[in-house]
Design a protein around this ligand. Structure first.
Ligand code: IMP
Length: 198
């Protein structure tokens, strides 16, 4: 069975493909199908937004569609930026502008605890839905460190490794990240689902 990834974010796609393809799940990109479905993320939770994206791409492609909705939730900011992570500070900011704004909003704050959250939703054309969730606890660094990854990676510090996500290799990040966890849980659910529907 072929699955289409419902994302335009190239970095996320690479992470999703690395894990799903390694497990033998055949995934194609929307662009492989000549599609580009832009979905307004009007949900108030990661789960709602993942469902909106997966459903729209499933309908447009006629294939089962897999979406990730994710973001960073900071304790001292009452869970912000959360579902608004991609839009934090408005449309004029890029990744660097957004993590700088986060550092600014955390200035003088001693409580640095945060977590990354990822919800994976897969919508099948027959109406079936599979979902999985992954979280990765960490802390907001005092300054950016590292060149890898994307988004808030340079300011997301993993205390056990004494490194930010941006200082990890792709494999090291996938092994512990919110998306690595949600994708591996999703794969287990998908295996069960496909076995039950042979
Ligand atoms: P989404 O595409 O609407 O799910 O937005 C997710 C946003 O959360 C991204 O644009 C990033 O800013 C942030 N984000 C999610 N996952 C990661 C990650 O693994 N590293 C860094 N930032 C992330």
């Amino acid at each position: 069975m072929k699955f289409v990834l419902a994302s335009q974010n190239k970095h996320k796609l690479v992470e999703m493909q690395a894990i799903l393809s390694a497990h033998g799940v055949e995934v194609v990109l929307q662009s492989d199908l000549g599609l580009r479905v832009d979905v307004e993320e009007t949900g108030e939770t990661f789960a709602e937004n993942a469902m909106l994206k997966a459903q729209a791409v499933m309908k447009a492609s006629g294939l089962p569609a897999i979406a990730d909705d994710s973001g960073v939730c900071v304790d001292a900011l009452n869970g912000a930026p959360g579902v608004y992570s991609a839009r934090y500070g408005g449309p004029d900011l890029d990744d660097t502008g957004r993590y700088r704004l986060l550092l600014e909003n955390m200035r003088g704050q001693m409580t640095r605890a945060a977590k990354f959250v990822s919800v994976i939703t897969c919508c099948f054309p027959n109406g079936d839905v599979l979902t999985a969730r992954g979280e990765c606890p960490g802390a907001i660094a005092y300054a950016p460190m590292g060149e890898g990854g994307f988004g808030y990676d340079p300011v997301f510090f993993v205390p056990e490794l004494k490194k930010t996500f941006a200082q990890l290799t792709a494999d090291e990040k996938n092994a512990i990240s919110h998306r690595g966890k949600s994708l591996r849980e999703f794969y287990e659910k998908l295996k069960e689902y496909l076995n039950a529907h042979k």
